[in-house]
Design a protein around this ligand. Structure first.
Ligand code: GLU
Length: 503
C-alpha cells in the first residue's frame, strides 16, 4: 500500500448519504443531529438518505436499541429512503447480515498484500505494550506478523491458531484527505496503527465494514461527527487498497456541554427517549439541533425589507429550503438545555389548545401511562381523590428530597452519595425489568454492605422524594429507564452543587 497525498477523485454520482448508528443503548441526540444534517443534505439535492445499522460490536450490542433508533428518528420526522426496515437496492442494511461480504473483502486485501494475518496472542500484545510504555513510545502494534513467510502462515493455520486480519499501513509517508468543512488534513503514518480489520470471531471491525458498505451502498458523502476524523486516514488507505474512489468527507463539530466538554450524559440528558418521555416536542428538538453550527442563514436585506425577521425558530421544511451544510461553523456548538426548554415552550405556546391537550395525552398523560400508574396504587388507595397525592412524583419534572428523607439513619450523607452513584452506574447497564433490577441491586448492596432496606429506601427517596411510595421496582419500570436515570443524575448533581456551595 503506497502513501498518497492526492485524494482520489470524488464521484459526481447522484447524492447518497447515510447515518450508521450502532445499536448499543438508547438513541443519542448526536445521532439525531448528524441524521438531521444528512437528511437536509439529501433532500436539498434530490438524493437518497440511507439508514445502516452498524451492529458488529457484539460485546456492546443491545437488542432493544435498533427499534428505539427507528422510533426516535421517525418521531423527529427524519425518514429514510433505504434501511433495514424499509429495504432498498443495496441491502441488507444491517451489518450483522453482511459478514460474508466483509470476509470476501478481507480476502481481497490479503491477496493484494495490503493486509495480513496476525497470530499474536493477547499476552504477546500486552508484553509489547508494556515494553513500549517503558520505552515511552506510543502504544502500537509492533509489526510482529507483518512479514511472516507463507510457510509460517500455513503452519499457524494448520495448527488452528486464532488470528485477526490487520491492515498493513505504510511504515513511512503520510495520508492526506480533504474534509469539506476544514480543507486538507494530513496524518503521518507514524500515527496510524496497523488497524485490525477482521476480529478472530469472524466479525469485521468498524473500519472495514464501514468502508466496504459505504462503497457498496454507493455513498457519495460521508457526513459524520468530528470524532471520526482520526479514523479517516485508515479509511482513505482502505479505499486505496481496494482501488475504489473515495466519498467526500464532512466532519460535523461535536455537540458540547455548557462547559465545552464533549456532550455527555453526566451533564445533559443525551437519550432521545428521555426527551420524548419528558415531553419535548419533536419540532423543538429538530429546530434546536438545526441551530447547532449555524447552518441557517440570516434573512437577506431584501427579505428583511419584505418583513422577514431574524429568528431562531424554524421548521424542518424551512431548514430543507435554506440550511447550508457547507456554511456550518466549526467550533463547538453548545447543547444548552435552557435554550432547548425555551424553544420547546415557544412551540407549546403556539399550539391550539386542543393540540396542546392532545400532546399531553400522547405523552405524560397517555392512557397507557395513566393505566400503569393506576395499577400501582389501586391496592393502596382509600378514595379516588387520593390518586394525586400517591402518584405526584410520576407527573413531576423533578423531586428534591431533603437529607432527612434520603440519608439512612446510620449513614453519613457522603457515604450515601457514594452509594447512590454506584446505584446509578449499575442501573445504567441493567435491563429495565423488575426481574433484572432486583437481583442486580441486591448484589450491589451486598458488595457494599448496604442492607436491602437502606438500599431500596435510598432509591425510593431519590425517585419519589418520599419514604413512602407505591412498590419501588414497579414504579421505576413504569417511570421508565431514561427518566429514572435522569432523576438519579440530577439528584447527584444537585447534591454536589449544594456541597460545593457550603465550602
Ligand atoms: N457506527 C458509527 C457510529 O456509531 C458510524 C460512524 C460513521 O458514520 O462512520 O457513529
Amino acid at each position: 500500500m503506497n502513501s498518497s497525498t492526492t485524494p482520489a477523485p470524488v464521484s459526481s454520482a447522484p447524492i447518497r448519504v447515510r447515518i450508521a448508528p450502532s445499536p448499543t443503548g438508547d438513541p443519542h441526540v448526536g445521532t439525531a443531529y448528524i441524521g438531521l444534517i444528512n437528511f437536509i443534505y439529501a433532500r436539498q439535492r434530490g438524493g437518497q438518505f440511507v439508514l445502516r445499522i452498524e451492529d458488529t460490536d457484539r460485546a456492546r450490542f443491545v437488542a432493544t436499541s435498533e427499534q428505539m433508533i427507528f422510533d426516535a428518528l421517525r418521531w423527529l420526522g427524519l425518514s429514510w429512503d433505504e434501511g433495514p426496515d424499509v429495504g432498498g437496492p443495496y441491502g441488507p442494511y444491517r451489518q450483522s447480515e453482511r459478514t460474508e461480504i466483509y470476509r470476501e473483502h478481507a480476502e481481497i486485501l490479503l491477496a493484494n498484500g495490503t493486509a495480513y494475518r496476525c497470530f499474536c496472542t493477547a499476552e504477546d500484545l500486552e508484553a509489547a505494550r508494556k515494553h513500549q510504555m517503558a520505552a515511552k513510545l506510543p502504544p502500537r502494534y509492533p509489526g510482529t506478523c507483518r512479514n511472516l513467510t507463507p510457510d509460517q502462515i500455513a503452519e499457524n493455520l494448520a495448527a488452528e491458531k486464532p488470528f485477526v486480519i490487520r491492515m498493513a499501513v505504510p511504515t513511512e509517508g503520510e495520508t492526506t484527505f480533504r474534509d469539506e468543512l476544514r480543507g486538507e488534513i494530513t496524518f503521518s503514518h507514524n500515527n496510524v496503527d496497523d488497524q485490525v480489520l477482521m476480529k478472530s470471531d469472524g466479525f469485521p471491525t468498524y473500519h472495514l465494514a464501514n468502508v466496504v458498505d459505504d462503497y457498496l451502498m454507493r455513498i457519495t458523502d460521508v457526513i459524520r461527527a468530528e470524532e471520526w476524523i482520526s479514523s479517516t486516514p485508515k479509511h482513505v488507505l482502505l479505499y486505496q487498497a481496494f482501488g475504489w474512489p473515495q466519498p467526500r468527507f464532512w466532519h460535523m463539530p461535536l455537540l458540547r456541554n455548557i462547559d465545552k466538554s464533549k456532550i455527555s450524559k453526566r451533564k445533559n440528558p443525551v437519550s432521545l427517549v428521555y426527551y420524548r418521555q419528558a415531553g419535548f416536542l419533536p419540532q423543538a428538538i429538530i429546530n434546536f439541533l438545526g441551530l447547532m453550527g449555524g447552518g441557517m442563514p440570516s434573512p437577506t436585506p431584501v427579505e428583511i425589507v419584505n418583513g422577514a425577521k431574524e429568528t431562531e425558530v424554524f421548521s424542518l421544511e424551512e431548514m430543507v429550503q435554506r440550511f447550508e451544510v457547507p456554511n456550518i461553523r466549526l467550533g463547538g456548538p453548545v447543547f444548552d438545555l435552557t435554550k432547548l426548554k425555551w424553544l420547546n415552550s415557544e412551540y407549546l405556546r403556539a399550539l391550539p389548545p386542543d393540540t396542546f391537550f392532545a400532546a399531553l395525552r400522547e405523552t405524560v398523560l397517555s392512557d397507557q401511562y395513566l393505566r400503569d400508574v393506576a395499577t400501582l396504587v389501586q391496592s393502596r388507595i382509600e378514595t379516588l381523590g387520593e390518586f394525586g397525592n400517591l402518584t405526584a412524583f410520576f407527573f413531576q419534572d423533578n423531586v428534591l428530597p431533603p437529607p432527612e428523607v434520603w440519608v439512612p439513619k446510620k449513614r453519613t450523607p457522603e457515604e450515601t452519595l457514594l452509594f447512590a452513584a454506584e446505584q446509578l452506574a449499575l442501573l445504567e447497564t441493567t435491563d429495565w425489568t423488575t426481574e433484572a433490577i432486583e437481583p442486580a441491586l441486591k448484589q450491589l448492596g451486598e458488595t457494599h454492605s448496604w442492607s436491602v432496606k437502606e438500599n431500596f429506601m435510598l432509591l425510593r427517596a431519590i425517585l419519589t422524594g418520599s419514604t413512602m411510595s407505591p412498590p419501588l421496582l414497579e414504579s421505576m419500570v413504569v417511570f421508565g429507564k431514561a427518566r429514572t436515570l435522569d432523576r438519579l443524575r440530577r439528584f447527584l448533581d444537585t447534591q454536589k452543587k449544594l456541597a460545593a456551595n457550603k465550602k
